[in-house]
Design a protein around this ligand. Structure first.
Ligand SMILES: Nc1ncnc2c1ncn2[C@@H]1O[C@H](COP(=O)(O)OP(=O)(O)OP(=O)(O)O)[C@@H](O)[C@H]1O
Ligand SMILES: [Mg+2]
Length: 507
């Protein structure tokens, strides 16, 4: 059968630094095809060449048997290639409807936008994903997950023949992932092909037919999913022997049952306008406390309240050094608290600033000596973290937007680690990082905890919570409903606690 897409010998350099050297990708009609590889392997770059965001230096692209030369994502779209980028490319201030049909608005006979049918059409598309929301509201007023599903809805609604999803599930909870998988299967059944980029290798076994593995800008293997294993895929990604990787125990972390120290944080009965009703959580020195719960249970909101990003309407936050709590995030930072937010685009990175500047953003006041910034010390710190976290870059002076998604995430984590906080709030710390880097990040977090740092950990991945946390506080609809202690923290127990709290809520 003729492939729907064939990319061959693709080369691409940025300012003399090669991002792709001989990348290949072949997609069959109606196939769900994974593209995997470590952070910075070139996955997103290959996709951006396909969709006209970047120009290739050389190589061939054929779509449906004909050479394809697209100059812009719009042209790719008009050729039936739809993309959902890793970084959302939506407009938060515009309505949901505008975001879904942007550029393709239905018109009235007079040529005006037909809002009635636009809203109706959007409602219908989203309902197909099990999302029933007010489509006239600003997209930014909804959760990241809703925003992401909106992006997918947009792509799907445009009669695509090839839908590209670059890390679509990184901000979705289990239920939403199932919804998404349903959509992917539906697309496949209609003969639409899907390119699926993800660091969650388990997912591939549920929905993908084949996988292309990239390493250092090259395509190194193409596998039938049915004929391979997770370990096999990791071995391909790293270019190592499966036995060697199994021996290194890259999939296990010594989950804690540690001696913990004095109380670092005590938050009681938190109540905010942003959905918290009654959340209490305590973190001691040298322990990791997980916040468990489904999307919308109030995990991120609890973190925001503790960090004084949102005002409390009730309840108290007190830390060992600041019994009165904080009135704003700057005070919290000075008080030894760090907060890695889940939304790296909106609240995290400053895209045009360099990696160095992004990394030392919060640290800068401490680097000032007699009115000037100690550049030598700054560079030392930046280099230390680039090294420790294995951040892949051409230069620390490079704008951070040029880094791959996973590497941007590492810079943000480094920003907070560099502050040497007593209490570190981590909201989805390993989102978008590859399996190897994820393990490294988790190990580094454990190291800090062993040195006495307290961590409040939020993760949609049950595995990450269960392996990392000493205790897990389970939230449900803005209320902390129960707590799991070690020993006794297992994935089963966590799922059980969450399910139980839901039954109670609906009973
Ligand atoms: N606009 C750009 N300017 C300079 N370098 C870039 C640019 N875009 C990508 N790169 C570099 O190309 C390489 C490949 O990046 P790419 O984003 O394709 O990786 P990826 O496989 O998608 O990684 P991740 O899993 O982290 O998303 C990286 O080294 C990155 O820094
Ligand atoms: Mg990427």
């Amino acid at each position: 059968m003729q492939p729907l897409l064939k990319m061959q010998g693709i080369h691409k350099s940025f300012a003399g630094v090669a991002a792709l050297t001989s990348a290949e990708l072949e997609i069959a009609p109606g196939e769900v095809h994974a593209v995997i590889g470590q952070n910075g392997a070139g996955k997103s770059t290959l996709i951006k060449i396909l969709t006209g965001v970047y120009r290739k230096d050389s190589g061939e692209v054929a779509f449906d048997g004909r050479p394809l030369h697209v100059q812009s994502p719009r042209e790719a779209q008009d050729n039936g290639i739809s993309t959902i980028y890793q970084e959302l490319s939506l407009v938060p201030l515009r309505s949901v409807t505008e975001n879904v049909i942007m550029g393709y608005e239905p018109r009235t006979a007079l040529g005006l936008i037909d809002w009635t049918s636009a809203h109706a059409r959007t409602r219908e598309i989203l309902a197909g994903f099990g999302i029933n929301i007010d489509v006239t509201q600003a997209l930014g007023s909804y959760s990241t997950a809703i925003q992401q599903l909106t992006a997918i809805a947009r792509a799907v609604s445009l009669n695509a023949r090839l839908v590209i999803m670059d890390e679509p599930t990184s901000s979705l909870d289990d239920r939403e992932v199932e919804t998404l998988f349903g959509v992917v299967r539906g697309l496949k059944a209609r003969g639409v092909s899907v390119i699926y980029i993800s660091h969650f290798l388990d997912e591939l076994f549920q929905i993908c037919d084949r996988a292309t593995i990239m390493r250092d800008g090259q395509t190194v293997a193409v596998r039938e999913i049915a004929d391979t294993t997770k370990l096999g895929l990791i071995a391909d990604m790293l270019g190592r022997d499966p036995e060697e990787i199994a021996a290194a125990g890259m999939t296990e972390l010594g989950g804690g049952q540690r001696e913990t120290g004095e109380v670092l944080l005590e938050a009681t009965n938190l109540h905010t306008d942003r959905m918290l009703r009654d959340v209490s959580v305590t973190v001691h020195k040298g322990e990791i406390v997980g916040l468990g719960g489904l999307l919308g249970s109030g995990r991120t909101e609890a973190a925001r309240a503790i960090f004084a990003m949102d005002r409390l309407r009730g309840g108290t936050v007190s830390t060992h050094l600041h019994p009165e709590g904080f009135s704003n995030p700057a005070e919290a930072i000075r008080g030894g608290v760090g907060f890695l937010t889940e939304d790296r685009k909106a609240e995290g990175i400053v895209p045009d600033m360099s990696v160095r500047e992004n990394l030392t953003l919060a640290l800068l006041p401490r680097l000032v000596r007699r009115g000037t910034i100690d550049r030598v010390r700054e560079e030392e710190i930046v280099k230390k973290f680039v090294d420790a976290l294995g951040i892949k870059l051409a230069s620390i002076e490079q704008p951070i937007r040029e880094l791959s998604g996973g590497n941007q995430q590492k810079v943000l984590l480094a920003r907070w680690l560099a502050l040497e906080p007593d209490l570190l709030i981590l909201d989805e710390p390993t989102r978008g990082v590859d399996v190897g880097a994820k393990f490294e990040i988790q190990s580094i977090i454990q190291e800090y905890v062993e040195k006495g740092v307290g961590v409040l950990l939020i993760s949609s991945e049950f595995e990450e919570l269960v392996e990392g946390a000493d205790r897990i506080v389970v939230l449900q609809d803005g209320v902390s409903v129960t707590e799991l202690q070690n020993p006794g923290i297992t994935e089963q127990a966590l799922i059980g606690a969450i399910a139980q709290s839901h039954e109670r809520a609906t009973a």
